[in-house]
Every structure is written in C-alpha cells, then in structure tokens.
Design a protein around this ligand. Structure first.
Ligand SMILES: N[C@@H](CCC(=O)N[C@@H](CS)C(=O)NCC(=O)O)C(=O)O
Length: 331
C-alpha cells in the first residue's frame, strides 16, 4: 500500500480550510488572496493502492484530497474491504483533475465509466454491489437523485435521500435494529462529528500556525510564498474556526465538543461489543474511524486520544483497516 504520508497533514488543513471557507462566504473572498498565493504549489499526484483484487471489481479511481475527512472515510472503507483503487489527488484550487465532472467536491469515485459522488453514497453503492453481486452501474440506479430547496442555505440541492441505506434485494438482511443503528451513526459522522474538526484544528493561533507549517513544508515554496501562506493562512483560519464554532453551536472549549462526540460514540458501542458491528466493524465503525484519521498528526488528535475513551477502539480499527480484514467478507 502506498501511503502519501508527506501530504497528510497539509491536506487535512487544506480540506478543512475549504470546508470552513464554504461555510463562511465573506471570509472566503478574503481567503482568495491566500488561495491565489497558494495556487501554483499544489501538486497533482497519483498513487496506486493495491491489495486484494476480485474479478468483479471494476477499475476504481478515487478523486480526493488526501486527508479530507470525507475522503479519509472513503479510503477506510476501500482499504478495509481490500479493494484495489487508484488515487488522483485533486488540486483544490483549479480542480483541473475533476474538470470532467459537474460535481465539484471530493471524494468522487469512478468505477469504470460510472461516477459516484459523495463519501456516504460511494460506501453504500460499493457495499450494496458486493452484497448483491451486481455491477456498480446497476446498483447506483437504486439511489435516485431528488432535487429540493434547502431553506437554511437558500440553495437548490440534489441529494440521494437513501444514501445511508444498503440494498439487499432477495438476500437476507441483518436485524433491522442493527441496520438502523448503523445508518444513524453513519449520518451522525457527516452531521455532527466532522463539524467539530475545524474549530479544533485552528483553535489557537499557535495550533493554526502549527497546521500551516505543515502546508508550507509540504509544498515547494520560495521564502516569500511560504511566509505568505503561513501568516495569512494562520490568521484567517483562526477566525474562520471561531465562526464555525458559533455556526454549529460548539462549546466554549471546542475540545470538549469533540470529546463529547467521541465519548457518545464509544458509549453507543457499549461494554459488550468490540465494534458497533459486533466482532467485526460495520459501516458506522469504518465511517467514524475514517473521518478521525484526518486528524492524525495534529495536537487535536493527541488530545482526543488522551482525554476520551476512544483509544482502544481506534487502535483495533486501525489494525482491521490496514490489514484489509474485510477482504474475506465481501458478500
Ligand atoms: N457530503 C460530501 C461532502 C464532501 C465535501 O464537502 N468535500 C469538500 C472537501 S472536505 C470539498 O470537496 N469541497 C470543495 C468545494 O466545496 O469547493 C461527502 O460526504 O463526500
């Protein structure tokens, strides 16, 4: 497995920067200066992740930012099931690698000619495809797109309303309460857990500075550009982090909000289960684990490990995912 470790933290920051900036449009415009400064230095990278291949697996190409939490969660799924895939690291500014796509976010997955957008949809479609033994193109039709008006953000939105559901067809399903629990916690990752990330990563000027050290070190900067990224990015993200904290009503101490979410998760697993899926991880385990890997290497991650009950579960998950333990469990 080829891991693009050198860009790990830089991409986390880059992604949370983009997420944050989208959440705060006015500051995004200010951020344009930063974006322009950074633009030439994001490098297009390809890597091949290889593990078990099945005859049924189409050629999978994952378009991603290396440590965007949504991309991390998709990779955790692919790695756990030992699927072979190619990574295309997207330039977050030009996004030229995904010019072919109307959907402008990552992750997006190409399975042969079929494009699947959104981390949760990718997970559901691929898992359903394994369960049913049907090609991705056919399974994707089971997730119809609906369009609606989002009154909060005042935009027209296209969604696959059943994106957290798995398709079993004629096959026997696990107990319904287990399926419901798995769905609800997968949704919780997208609607609660990830919202605690940016305010924590940019919590203090020191942490924000630390994060932007990684960005500038990962890129090929001349001294002026490196300084511009460090100083401008550090300050801007510090303030954007505060806005996000307010938007999602996080606690005064944002670490506490992250700890609370982690402890909620371990409490939901309880004392009698190793994983939410029982003896083996289910899609909720993979989703929580994958999203949290985006924080690795940052102070936030170390604090989370020290101050919550998540460490043991996280360590077991790492073994399962890195060991592709789901590769024998594709049905
Ligand atoms: N619901 C999507 C969210 C994906 C998302 O927001 N991705 C961010 C990166 S962290 C992105 O691509 N933003 C680019 C942009 O909005 O311009 C998923 O789960 O995949």
């Amino acid at each position: 497995m080829l891991i693009m470790q050198q860009s790990h933290v830089a991409s986390t920051v880059r992604c949370t920067y983009i997420m944050a900036a989208n959440a705060v449009p006015k500051l995004w415009r200010i951020g344009g200066v930063f974006v322009t400064t950074m633009a030439p230095f994001y490098i297009y990278r390809r890597a091949y992740c290889s593990s078990t291949v099945t005859n049924k697996t189409p050629s999978l190409v994952l378009y991603q930012y290396q440590t965007c939490p949504f991309c991390c969660k998709t990779r955790a799924f692919l790695n756990y099931y030992g699927l072979q895939y190619q990574i295309v690291e997207v330039n977050p500014l030009s996004r030229k690698e995904i010019k072919f796509s109307k959907y402008k976010k990552v992750p997006l997955l190409k399975a042969g000619d079929v494009q699947v957008n959104d981390s949760s949809l990718i997970t559901s479609v691929l898992r359903s495809s394994m369960i049913l033994g049907k090609p991705v193109s056919r399974v994707l039709n089971m997730y119809p797109e609906i369009e609606f008006y989002d009154a909060t953000n005042k935009t027209q939105v296209k969604e696959r309303a059943n994106k957290y559901f798995l398709m079993y067809g004629e096959r026997s399903t696990p107990p319904l309460n287990e399926l419901r629990e798995e769905r609800e916690w997968r949704e919780w990752v997208d609607t609660h857990l990830v919202h605690t990330f940016s305010p924590n990563i940019y919590r203090t000027l020191r942490e924000s500075w630390q994060a932007f050290q990684y960005i500038s070190e990962a890129g090929n900067f001349n001294p002026f550009e490196r300084a511009a990224a460090r100083y401008f990015g550090t300050i801007m993200m510090y303030f954007i982090g505060k806005r996000i904290k307010k938007k999602y009503r996080l606690k005064e101490d944002v670490r506490q909000s992250l700890y609370d979410e982690c402890n909620k998760w371990t409490a939901a697993i309880g004392k009698n289960r190793r994983y939410m899926g029982g003896d083996k991880p289910n899609l909720a385990d993979l989703s929580v684990y994958g999203a949290l890997t985006a924080l690795e290497g940052l102070d936030t991650f170390d604090d989370m490990m020290k101050n919550t009950s998540i460490k043991k579960w996280y360590g077991s998950m790492k073994q399962c995912v890195d060991g592709h333990e789901g590769a024998t469990d594709k049905q």
